[in-house]
Write a new protein. Sequence first.
Length: 366
Amino acid sequence: MMERSNDVSRKINLLRQYMLDKKKNAVLIRRTDNFAWITSGARSYVSITNFFGAAFVIVTSDRSYVLTKNMESKRLKNEELEELTDNFEIVEIPWFEDIEKSTINFLSGKDFVDDSENEFSNFLSHSRVELSEYEISNYKNLGFKSTEALERSMKKIDRNMTEIEVKALVEYELTKAGLDVLLVLVYGDKSRLLYRHNLPRNLKIGNKCIVSICAKEKGLVASVTRTVEFEKDVEFEKQHRINAVIDTQILEELSKTYSLSEMFSKIKEIYRKNGYPEEWKLHHQGGITGYNSREFISTPYSNVNIKNNMAFAWNPTITGTKFEDTYLKTENGIIPLTFIANSNWPVLNLEINGNQYQKADVLFLS
């Protein structure tokens, strides 16, 4: 398997080719998602909400640097960049100095481009989604850990819990697994019929609960949704399974390598054929994932080509139910990243065009 340092070297060479093409002396990376990409997994943020991190990467024609304040450098060197001593030289800035000004001074005399500029930002966005062997391995680990933690937490849910209490339970298990929690949406009996994105409220969940998460590790993000019920509801289960069928049919179209805009047209038709022609209008349907929960969303205007070794998270919803998993598109087919075949979560077996799929069903909790 490719080592991390080799993966980073590949990306640095990609940036140097970009510099050569654009006649630039250097590139500057400040955004946390781009920092995670160029370092193949390092965290430059202190607060998870940071858009620009506490460390920047500068790549020139012959050197690569990580610029950071002295109060961050030891942690970065020991915990985030420990395998990359041959890839980056760490440049310390006193904590009381402005990192932006210090960076500009460091780049004095160089014609550089930074990742807030549209053309370079677009280049990085497309580069981030074409995953390497090293990144795919990380994604598989993340998918397993995030799914296992979510399912473990949901088996502990009680119908008398509030949505906020469920959120706390899920966040605990995800954090215990070593993951950064980006999102936990909880839909109780009332909320699932009201909101497509329900921020948990101090409201008892009742007889049904849907939980959606986005969890991060080594820069990559996995999206998963699971559903439980405390009283058997045949109509609810049936609708959940239609969501699963829609998700599966989307994967079938994905394997035919459309652009995201073409996928959008296919998704609308899939909803229509399943008897819900208007539901796609009420929520985005997902798209390409990676170093953000959605790098590119499928819309009529998404001029993004679908390639192998890209990760996808679709989220077909019908009012009251939702389905969501993360997948990898490969030359040998679609690989689920957030489905654990040997777990004791109930499985829905589907066959479409002769292809076999396993999907998470509704878990009944007595």
